[in-house]
Structures are given as C-alpha cells and as structure tokens.
Design a protein around this ligand. Structure first.
Ligand SMILES: Nc1ncnc2c1ncn2[C@@H]1O[C@H](COP(=O)(O)OP(=O)(O)O)[C@@H](O)[C@H]1O
Ligand SMILES: [Mg+2]
Length: 228
C-alpha cells in the first residue's frame, strides 16, 4: 500500500522513439506526483514531449523505463486488459481537435463510451442527456459535430469524457483551437468540474492565461518536468 494521498506517482519515466536506426529520447526522467482533486497545468515548448507524457499517464502508451503508480497500482505489473479497464473506467480524455465522430449526433457521441461499458440503451441516453445539459449543450443534442462551433464541439467532447465518471481528466491543449473568450468558457467548465466534482485534472496548454488558472503548473523542458 502506497500513499493514499497520491493518485499519480511517476519516477524517472523515460520514452525513446526508434525511427530506423535513430533513437530519439523524448522523455529523459520525468518525475510527477498528482494528488486526487488537483488541477495541474503542463506547459512547455512544442515538440517537448507533453503529448507523449499525457499518453503515458492515460495508458495509451507505455514508458521505455521508470516507474508509474496509479492509485496504488504499479502500472508495469498490469496486463494490457487491466490497463484498458483503468483507461476506460478512470480516465476521460479531451483533445485539441475534439475528436468527435462527425456522423453521430452530439447525443450519440456522448453515448458511445457507455455502449462500450455495456450500459443499456435507455439508460445511456438519459446519462448522455444529463451530461450535455450539464455542459450547456442541452439545446444541441441532435446536432452533428460539423454543425457546431469549436467551443460547442469541445463541450460535447467534455460531456463524452465525463460519461464514464472519470476520476481523472486528461486534456491535451483543450483550448488550443479556440479563441480567447471561448477558451475561457471551456476553462470555467474544467474548473467547475474540478472544484465541484473533485475530478483530478491534468491539462496541457500553451496559453499562460490558462496555466495561471490551475492550482499548479509544471514545465516540460529537456525531457523533464520542473515545478513553476
Ligand atoms: N509515435 C512517435 N514516433 C516517433 N516520434 C514521435 C512519436 N510521437 C512523438 N514523437 C516525437 O516526440 C517528440 C515529442 O512529441 P510530443 O510529445 O507530441 O510533444 P508536444 O506534445 O510537447 O508538442 C517530437 O519530436 C515528436 O516528433
Ligand atoms: Mg502535443
């Protein structure tokens, strides 16, 4: 049993990509601790490895070396199936380009993670409706993503991330494609989820104004993280 006050504990995480015979060391020893309920911003130069780290935190990718404990479990000792369970049941992802399915309505996009979880049809529609209302999209449920503005699409994407009742939201430049006013609305939504529902949030951003609104900021530089 490790420290219950820590959700994420990374030590010496490295990631090296091999392209042909060339090795590119992207992460060179990342240390990171995140407590449950925290809201942390990750900043740093483009190409510095922020998305690579987010993918590792979210079990979409594995590190080359180092230790990663998530809620008292040593990730290196988990099978692919166990990692998929954590990914699906504990983590909600939000991306810069929203990544909604264009042919599905907003409602069906939010339902999709619940389909994978085996939630029956009438129930998942009810949950998705409530979530869309919660993110201010109650009037747009039958719209398709191409009929929505960027800010509206991001709201739908956030509702989709919430569908699995995640303990952790990973948002990789969630306001990167939005103008400053809409950016602020999306930040207000994340801040509300964090303060009211205690959802731990890690958010990558280029925008100092976004970073300033998180409790804590860490900077990625030279393949490592340091507190700002
Ligand atoms: N799958 C991959 N294969 C090879 N190189 C990659 C791969 N993913 C990312 N990289 C490289 O790793 C570096 C860091 O990328 P990334 O994590 O996307 O940085 P950031 O999100 O900070 O902009 C870049 O040089 C990128 O080209
Ligand atoms: Mg990136």
């Amino acid at each position: 049993m490790k420290n219950a006050m820590v959700m994420i504990q990374m030590k010496g995480i490295t990631k090296t990509y091999h392209i042909g015979d060339m090795a590119v060391a992207v992460l060179k020893g990342v240390d990171l601790e995140v407590a449950p309920g925290e809201m942390v911003a990750i900043i740093g130069e483009s190409g510095g490895g922020k998305s690579t780290l987010m993918n590792i935190i979210g079990f979409l990718d594995t590190p080359s070396s180092g230790s990663y404990w998530f809620e008292d479990q040593d990730a290196s000792h988990l099978t692919d199936n166990q990692l998929a369970v954590i990914r699906n049941q504990k983590i909600g992802f939000v991306f810069q380009q929203f990544n909604l399915l264009p042919r599905l309505t907003a409602l069906d996009n939010v339902c999709l993670p619940l389909v994978y979880r085996g939630v029956p049809h009438p129930q998942r529609r009810e949950i998705a409706k409530q979530l869309l209302e919660q993110v201010g999209m109650g009037q747009r449920m039958t719209h398709h993503p191409p009929e929505l503005s960027g800010g509206q699409q991001q709201r739908v994407a956030i509702a989709r991330a919430l569908a699995g009742k995640p303990a952790l939201i990973l948002a990789d430049e969630p306001t990167g494609a939005l103008d400053s006013q809409v950016s602020q609305e999306i930040m207000d939504l994340f801040k509300g989820l964090n303060s009211e529902q205690k959802i731990t949030t890690i958010l990558v951003t280029h925008d100092p104004n976004v970073g300033r609104q998180c409790q804590r900021t860490v900077r990625m530089a030279d393949g490592r993280l340091s507190e700002v």
